[in-house]
Design a protein. Sequence first.
Length: 397
Amino acid sequence: MTFTARTFKTLSVIAVGGVCLSGVFSWYYQNLPAVVFSRAMAAIGKGDFENVAEALAKIERHREFESHAHFVRGCLFLDSGKVSKALREFSETRPEGELRFPVLQFTSQALYRVGRILEAADLLVLLAQEDPTNAEAHRWLGAIYYDIGSPSEAVLELTEAAELRPLDHRPHRLLGLICTDESLFGLAIEHYRTALKLGKDIPQPDIQADLAIVLIQRNRFPEALEVLAAAEPTATVWALRADCYDGLGKPDEARDAVEKSLLSDPDNPKALRLYGAQQVADGNAQDAIVPLQKVLQQDPHDTKARYQLGMAYLKLGQTEAGQREMDARDASTKLHEQYYAAAKQASTEPANVEIREQLAAIAASLGKREVAKRWQLAANACRGTGGANQAPQKSPM
């Protein structure tokens, strides 16, 4: 059989046609609404909302995917901070089939962001029941329990999240905070170290600072310095280094670190407090007064700064002023003690409205506005369930 030019031409046409058909089929498949929605979900998971918007435009062309469009549109609103609009879109989404779990998860996140904490918790409990391997449900439940002052429940949920997603640093970060609050410093150190290890490719200055603070509290100064060596040299990091050098009995290194901290941020309260303490210790009490007053302008209930200021006045022979500062220090100490006692009670009474309102009031008296807001939000959430002491319920949707 002779391979003629006509045969070659025929085969070429068939080949080109095959390639064209293959391209048409690929284009058709990639634009199927179900496939587009899968891409949208993957983009949502990555935070790639530019591609989410592109996918939404294609999904909206298919009436049978109207519910999917509502959900994707809600995710876009949620990402842009338009939470009320997001909730409206999620409410238009039928929570069934492949949409069931995503709708429960993202609606709960939107509810959380508008302060409807226990409603969010109810949805997350339902999600965790129906999809026990959903790590995000457990992680968000852990955050909610932490917010309403129920650390034991938070630990259970966050531990579950960490086991389900062993490469995620976020549950360990919050577990570190909880263990620090509960004075479980050994466990806090373990969780912070795990969070840093798992998130090694993510900047984590807050975790490094929190870990260093716990290590300093345990007088593990060399370890704290090792952690801080890997952190960006901010004013806070330099101040924490100064704390370490002071604990190690290295006053020159401590002074140098304080100086660098204040060069980076002249109003850094920790550095100013350390500077004031150094001046009092060196016999330069007069030079300590202004820096310590600056600290107390930022936080009138900083008991360490208040004590050092009282000592500075006493060393200058200003007994009345010194005693006034010591009395103010004692009053602040009592407020702190009341706060910690109430927080301990709240941890054992997960839906006690009154104790959370008391914590909000004490935090406000201490000038800690964000903390006060969190406790008031927790109190409002508990009251909003319709019962004085009703916790998140494991009830059907």
